[in-house]
Each structure stands twice: as structure tokens, then as C-alpha cells.
Design a protein around this ligand. Sequence first.
Ligand code: ZN
Length: 355
Amino acid sequence: MNPLEDALLYPWGQNLPAPGRAKAVAPGVSWVRMGLPFALDHINLWLLGDTLDGRAGWTVVDTCIDRAESREQWAQLMETSMQGLPVLRVVATHMHPDHLGLAHWLGERFDAPLWISMSDFLMARLAVNQEDSFGGQATAEFFAQHGMTDPQVLAAVVGRKNHYASLVPRVPGHYRRLQDGQVLSIGGMNWRCISGYGHSPEHIALYCEDSRLERPVLISGDMVLPRISTNISVYENEPDGNPLQLFLDSLGKFLHLPAQTLVLPSHGRPFVGLHERVEQLRHHHQDRLDEVMQACDRQAQSAADVVKVMFKRTLDLHQITFALGESMAHLNLLWHAGRLKRYTDDRGVWRFAPA
Ligand SMILES: [Zn+2]
């Protein structure tokens, strides 16, 4: 348990929604929790009571990955918690598989359109049709350039083909575009889109302060999580990107929302303490940046070297790829800020040293 969690208030304590059932957390807003076969073993989805073109039904926010177990959980949910009413639209906070995986299935089943940002829609369409999305030869070469030498890891990355499509077999061909500041009327309540960067191309959180709510509600997606820090990675398709700076800048937007806002995150439990959590996340990354800077002060570092500085525990393959992306994100921020310079050593590996 993370001691920082003591600074947060969990209105439902340890009470989770029963499997296959939705749990009301605010008027018109219900919490669904579905299993994931990863180290991160669950995702939260949200059911919002809605009426569209005179039809009553649901706007669902996020969908889970596509696998038999998830479809089965949706079938249970329809039995137990959806009152025989249809899904009217599918909102995806972003393109990652646990959020978008079943959008095509729900969409086809209910003739429900997908609402998502344009950047995430396009990146999802690209990833689903690309054999080497989140793996493959190009990613392995990119990792090698950043100092990853373990042949087992590199072979596994080369072998990880069609990774995205294995979790998201199809992405709908049409979408409704979500943008920062746009207001969606859902069940007669106004939800404002808040864009966020650094985790996915253009993540959309949803914020509502309708007077019928006991307190304002933020569906934060992966941008603000209570227990773990959001994965912020540099990817092979944008090697010089600065996602950590984008993420830290985006976090600042949430400080403009009221402190008592109920936060509905994609992983972990609903909580109150948005401002505290944003400050914790900023400190977390500042501490990591300080560690990385100190390591570079001692000796020029590759991203693979920095993984050992930032992550003291043993990592499995999945975690190593995330960790390497995270260490690049911290190095690239310091490089873009002018505190580090980078050069390739005689083995063709990027190394970072004080500027
Ligand atoms: Zn995500």
C-alpha cells in the first residue's frame, strides 16, 4: 500500500462493485470494474444514464480489452445493471487497448457511435493495422540504441507482433470527434472535455459540476490515478518526444477544478483529493528526475542504465518495455530542458551527460 494514499479520501472504502454489476457512485453515474490479464489486473468503466434522439439508454465510458472474459462480463452487466436499455454511444478516454478494445463490438451490437479524440482515433487505426505496433523489429532496434543489450528481451520484443490487434481486433471506421473544452450533454448533465497529453496522443477526461451532483465529478481516465503513476513513455515512432513535460503540463489543468471533486480513475478506486494527488505525482516525477540527473552527473547514462536507477525491483518483459520508455521520457525531458546533452557512443548507443 502506498502511504501517499493516506492523503486521499476513498468514499467507498474497500467496497468494489460486485463482478458483473454496476455500482452507483453519483446520480446517473455507475462504476463497473472488469478484470485484465496483466500486472495491472483491472480497469474501471463508467455507465452514464442517457437519452439520445428520444431513446433512453447508456453512454459507456471505456470498454475493456477484447477477450471472451470481457464480453462475458458485459453480457452479465446487461443482465444485471442496464435495465434492458441499449448502449447509445461509446466514449473512449483514449486509444489504449484496455479502454478501446470492445468499442467495435459494443458499437456493432447497439449501432452506437464511438466518441474519441481525433489523435487517438487515428493512432488506434494505425496501430490496429500495423504489424509492429508496440513491438517488432523497429522497436527492438530503438531499444538497442538506448542501451538494451539483453538478447532475450530484444528477441521477445521482435517477436511481439500484432500486439495491439491482439487486444483490439478492430477499431470502428467512423467516429465523433472529442476536443478540449467541448461540452457533451449526457442524461441532461453537461460534461466538459479536458484534453491531456503525454500518456496517449490526446487523452480526454470528462468533468461535470451539475447542481444535482453532491460534488463535482471528474472521469479522469489514466491522467490521474490514485495509487500508481500513469505510464509516460517515449515510443519508437517519436524518438525525440517529450511526453513527460506534456504530462506534467496537462496535470496543471486539474488544479483548476474544485478540490472536493470526486475523481473516477480508470485504475484503483474513486477518490477525493485531486489537488493532493496532482502534487504527489509532480513530486514523484521531480524525485525521479533528480535521481536521473544525479546518475548522469556521476557517469554518462543510457536509458537502459537509467532503468536500474529508477526501478529497483526485478521487472518482467512487459514491465521492462514500460520501464525503458519511462526512463527515456525522463532523459528526454532533461535533454529538452537543456540540462543534459546526448551523444552516441562507439557502439551506437545514446548516452546522456550534463550539458
Ligand atoms: Zn492508458
